[in-house]
Design a protein around this ligand. Sequence first.
Ligand code: ADP
Ligand code: MG
Length: 470
Amino acid sequence: MTKRNYIMVWDECLSIIKDNIPEDGYKTWFAPIKAISLVGSTLTLQVPSHYVIEHIERHYCDLLRKVFTRVIGNDFHITYNVRIVGDAYMRTPEKGRETPLNRPVTLSAGGQKYNGSAYAVPGIQKVRINSHLNPNYDFENFVVGECNRLGCSAGMSIAENPGKSAFNPLFIYGGPGLGKTNLAQAIGIATKDRYPDKTVVYVNASTFIAQYMDTVGVNNKLTDFLRSYQSVDLLIIDDVHEFAEKKGSQNALFNIFNYLHQSQKQLILTSDKPPVELAGLDQRLLSRFKWGLSVELKMPDYETKLAILKAKCFREGIDIPKGILEYIAENVKGNIRELEGAIITLIAQATFVKKEITMELARELIEKIVQTPQEEITVSKIQQVVSDYFKISPEQISSKSRKREVVQARQIAMYLSRTMTSTSLSYIGSQIGGRDHATVLHSFNTVNDLIDTDRTFKRYITDLKRILSE
Ligand code: ADP
Ligand code: MG
């Protein structure tokens, strides 16, 4: 954005504000405010003091919300810079994004009511949080079939009445690429369409965890973090299996979950496994995940695949003969992401390479996609993956080092080689630092025992196996 843009944008806001409030109020509170930047939909305003922020947010909250929505758009975001003595600027607060005034009113970290009158700015707080909803992921584009029918209808009834249905939380689980993110987002979008004033927030578990980590050791930051999540009406947390072994983040989630659930706010969680199979998560969290409805997204059947392909072509404005779509639906056996990959490749060939979409072209492409042989899992591949995972070089793994973490990585590499390749113990030993077969067997047994007794260890193995099978 050029300099002129933010000035123009703010001028436009000012002129609407001016038309809507008494002149005195305008002169005192708004005239001294200047815009200093506009990045995306984030407008930064320079204000004379914190008091001014407090005042305008408290008294003109509704008006401001309407003005910003009209001039900047639904996803507007306002940050303030307060001018302080000495002509220096202080980011307010130093985090740059938040203002103390943007804290919600009656919310608290621990379940007690927070009586922060100075921060009573519910309106601004409501629109301030970025929804992170992707408009392409709405129900209109979501094809319903046997594989996702239950999730879809539960989702639609949530959007009718978020927080008030029996489906709280809605726990959506299933393998990768089966539409968990898409469905969760569609529910968010439908809710927002029906209740524009409700705050809907989508966050991926890893983002949530990173945000939580960011609060550690910084005064009040955790409270701010908890409060902002506690102030939403519909919270979607994607991929909650990522919380495994992340104790602090789990506590924060527990806290937010309780608060929202008690306040009859809606929660939607997604995961690659049902709650009972989630390893590394606290029992009290898992039991809460089971309070509402758990639905599985399954592999799509032929009819659903065909419908998804047709929908995709329709959206792209491309007409592909039915026989070709049927061929793709029949031959792509993987998840929906792979199905989409296939049709996108075909469409790309037609558009960019200007090839006509014929059955022959479809066959050629699909053969490549379907028959991509999985990269073979070898002892050296395993060593490489283990080395990347633990950040220990392959040389160290093969070395004579007795350091605990090196020994552990070495034993895991041997264990995985034994379980995931068909090579002999002595071959594995020869590849991993010239050990004999007895050493490999010993490592195998050690790891096997640890998997049963040590959850972290079990997690390592599950992660590594997943990475290797990808
Ligand atoms: P997951 O979160 O389960 O890994 P995604 O939600 O990311 O899967 O879905 C993978 C891709 O498949 C996305 O591009 C998504 O839009 C598409 N997709 C999934 N389910 C459907 C559906 N029912 N209809 C249309 N597209 C779908
Ligand atoms: Mg996903």
